[in-house]
Design a protein around this ligand. Structure first.
Ligand code: GRF
Length: 218
């Protein structure tokens, strides 16, 4: 997976935890459904299970703990420096639990994707599933969007929804949402790798047309 293929776009994947989304990319690449090179997996947490997934797929890994930096800016500068040698075309945030500063966003402007476990613009931030359950929502889901300086607010690309069942716990709902994430995130990466999806002037374009609403996955 690390062999340089000049015709393929290169993506760095940033994780903090279990990395099931990362695994979905690895699986789709291995079955030939996603033509992308995962050039590095970076984690801020040395205990992230996703690092083993990367090792198993022979993807280089880098670990940089935010605890070793006095502020967000210096941590982000270290991230940029660590990623540089891998020449990523795209930065894929897949459960990376750090808020990125304008230093990082500006360096990769329009080339950073994030997945957020809610039907944005509803429920940005943390504890999305419990908040949706507490509010009596009927539907939950996840949204892939371009990351901008504003948290969970960049142009949306694709959204997948799942029902909230009576008696759902946040954990049960999270598991249902994760399954749909494993469909929509590789789909967004595929559009990106084929250059069908682009970011320009603060907006998302699909096949040259402004994406006014996220693609609805069902
Ligand atoms: C996902 O639910 C994603 O939406 C959120 O963090 C979780 C990451 O899960 N940003 P995993 O590490 O990919 O399993």
């Amino acid at each position: 997976m690390t062999n340089f293929r000049p015709n393929r776009r290169r993506a760095a994947v940033l994780i903090s935890g279990s990395g099931t989304n990362l695994q979905s990319f690895i699986d789709k690449i291995q079955t030939g459904d996603l033509a992308l090179d995962l050039c590095v997996v970076l984690s801020n947490n040395s205990g992230a299970a996703g690092l083993s997934r990367a090792n198993n797929a022979q993807i280089p890994t880098v670990c940089i703990s935010h605890n070793n930096y006095p502020d967000r800016q210096s941590f982000d500068a270290a991230l940029v420096e660590a990623l540089d040698p891998y020449l990523p075309d795209f930065i894929i945030l897949a459960g990376f639990m750090r808020v990125l500063t304008p230093i990082f966003i500006a360096k990769f402007e329009g080339r950073i994707l994030n997945i957020h476990p809610s039907l944005l613009p509803d429920y940005p931030g943390l504890n999305t599933h419990q908040r949706a359950i507490d509010a009596g929502e009927k539907w939950a889901g996840s949204t892939v969007h371009f990351a901008t300086e504003e948290l969970d607010a960049g142009p949306m690309i694709i959204q997948g929804r799942v029902p909230i069942k009576r008696e759902d716990t946040a954990e049960q709902l999270a598991a249902r949402v994760l399954k749909i994430e494993h469909q929509i995130y590789p789909e967004a990466l595929s559009l990106l790798s084929m250059e069908r999806l682009k970011y320009e002037g603060g907006a998302a374009y699909l096949d040259g047309k402004l994406l006014l609403k996220p693609i609805q996955y069902s």
